[in-house]
Design a binder for this molecule. Structure first.
Ligand code: SF4
Length: 494
């Protein structure tokens, strides 16, 4: 285990893509000899140790560089149970040493031209640009603010290249009129419901279309998951396109797991051109959760925070990541996942704060079964002054059986189902599905008046026909609701 990183072991480093000059190779070797045993450095070429409490984030098997995923806990990493969640350790140490503000800066994705090379040479070059005398003078002054400015003048340009320029500030959307129907309803103060419709596992679209048509009158928008549980299905893009063709408002989920920076940019431009404007940026379940064989698992090209930062800048500043101008930028209402029950509420709140700063305009939360626990998390968000900057839709799933509840509680990262609820399902026996509906209705009742909550996100997980009944009995029918005449939809109300 590296000396100052409470991780697992010193993992193999990255190596440069191309042959570097001799002096750079020597410097890289020295850097690796020093930083490897001490911090478990993997030679990513853009060192973040100062921002991450001197724990190398590259030990995270997802390669997340901007904070934990929604499955982070104080115990072990959900991808690999033999190691701790390195991001939990980073947060723990940062809070203990009062360095948590450093975690808010949106850090860039890897520049693969630099991966495997040294960072020290860049620091020396930048110090020369600032002026060696100025650096020495600035660092020896008694004025702490001046010392911090000097330090930043050397290190910030190294970690924030021109093509990224991340910061720790909130950036309000640079447009006025709502870009989607979902955004219009949320801005109008409507308490909205969104619902998930599972993409099919084949090319047959009949069930998908009948499900989306069935839930359409009851909800503001329909979410299409993107290979959830790391298991391939019809793409979220295709489902969202079909939704637009059937006058259904889609929320297209995009998992970072399956995208490169290039693929992401081209996909959102295409989506916007086809009338898909609600985009939910996710890290995505790790391929460890999917069927064998295990896909490449050591690194993702972009994490969800970087996706938000990149897409917000495409929309508001009108350029690609490489700086090329976009004449007609994509129109994107950007969302992100929030995880009130992963790790600790104060840690999660910091993570959500960073997402809001990066560009998240709405959150759809992981499943909530404990309204009091939700309140603790909301209070942490309130302390960070972000409740007025983001719309929050709380995730609710009706539990169809005790088996489903046990699976979710034990296997799905970031989900917590209190024991009394599981006991109720057990006691209900054959009536567990009805008990699950009653639990969902009670949860919605307990959640809907809370500060900062703007709606409910129903994740029926293959039980879409229950959505109309829950929305109706919870008293959440939209203002423009018209009773559907289709037999299918009416049947489900009984
Ligand atoms: S739990 Fe998530 S954030 Fe933590 S180390 Fe594992 S993959 Fe990374």
């Amino acid at each position: 285990m590296p000396g100052f990183t409470p991780g697992r072991r010193w993992q193999p480093p990255f190596y440069p893509f191309k042959r570097e000059p001799f002096r750079h190779r020597m410097l890289a070797r020295v850097e690796r000899w020093v930083k490897g045993p001490l911090w478990g450095c993997r030679m990513c070429g853009n060192c973040l140790l100062q921002e991450t409490a001197f724990i190398c984030p590259m030990e995270c098997p997802k390669g997340a560089r901007n904070g934990p995923c929604g499955g982070s806990t104080s115990g072990h990493c959900y991808v690999d149970e033999t190691r701790p969640c390195i991001w939990y350790k980073i947060y723990e140490r940062s809070f203990a040493f009062g360095r948590e503000h450093k975690l808010l800066e949106v850090l860039p994705p890897l520049d693969w031209d630099k991966v495997g090379t040294e960072t020290w040479g860049d620091v020396v070059l930048q110090a020369r640009k600032v002026g060696t005398r100025n650096v020495v003078k600035g660092m020896l002054t008694r004025d702490a603010a001046q010392r911090a400015r000097t330090w930043d003048s050397v290190f910030r340009p190294v970690r924030q290249p021109d093509w990224w320029q991340g910061d720790a500030e909130y950036h309000a959307p640079a447009y006025t009129e709502p870009l989607s129907e979902l955004e219009r309803r949320l801005r109008a103060g409507e308490f909205v419901v969104t619902a998930e419709v599972a993409p099919p596992i084949s090319t047959a679209t009949g069930k998908l279309i009948s499900n989306m048509n069935m839930v359409r009158p009851y909800v503001a928008a329909v979410n299409f998951t993107d290979n959830s549980s790391a298991t391939p299905r019809m793409s979220s893009f295709a489902c969202s396109t079909l939704a637009v063709q059937h006058n259904v408002e889609p929320v297209m989920q995009i998992a970072a797991r399956d995208r490169t920076r290039m693929g992401l940019q081209s996909e959102v431009i295409g989506a916007s051109a086809l009338g898909i404007h609600n985009i939910l940026c996710l890290s995505g379940d790790h391929s460890r959760l999917g069927p064998a064989p295990l896909g490449r698992s050591d690194i993702i090209d972009l994490d969800s925070v970087q996706m938000l930062w990149l897409l917000r800048r495409m929309r508001d500043e009108g350029h690609y990541l490489d700086g090329r101008k976009l004449k007609d930028p994509p129109k994107l209402f950007l969302g992100a996942a929030a995880s009130p029950f992963a790790s600790e509420p104060r840690f999660q709140a910091l993570r959500e704060h960073k997402k809001v700063n990066a560009g998240a305009q709405f959150f759809q939360t992981n499943l909530v079964y404990d309204p009091d626990g939700l309140e603790v998390w909301l209070n942490e968000l309130a302390k960070r002054n972000i409740l007025d900057k983001v719309f929050i839709l709380v995730g609710v799933t009706p539990l169809k059986s005790l088996k489903v509840a046990e699976y979710m509680h034990n296997e799905v990262p970031g989900v917590f189902i209190p024991e009394p609820l599981r006991k109720r399902l057990e006691a209900a026996g054959d009536g567990a599905a009805e008990e699950g509906v009653q639990i969902a209705l009670e949860l919605i009742e307990a959640i809907k008046g809370r500060q900062g909550v703007h709606g409910i996100h129903l994740m029926a997980v293959g039980w879409e026909e229950i959505v109309p009944r829950i929305v109706t009995e919870a008293g959440l029918l939209p203002p423009d609701f018209v009773q559907p005449e289709t037999v299918e939809a009416v049947k489900t109300l009984s």
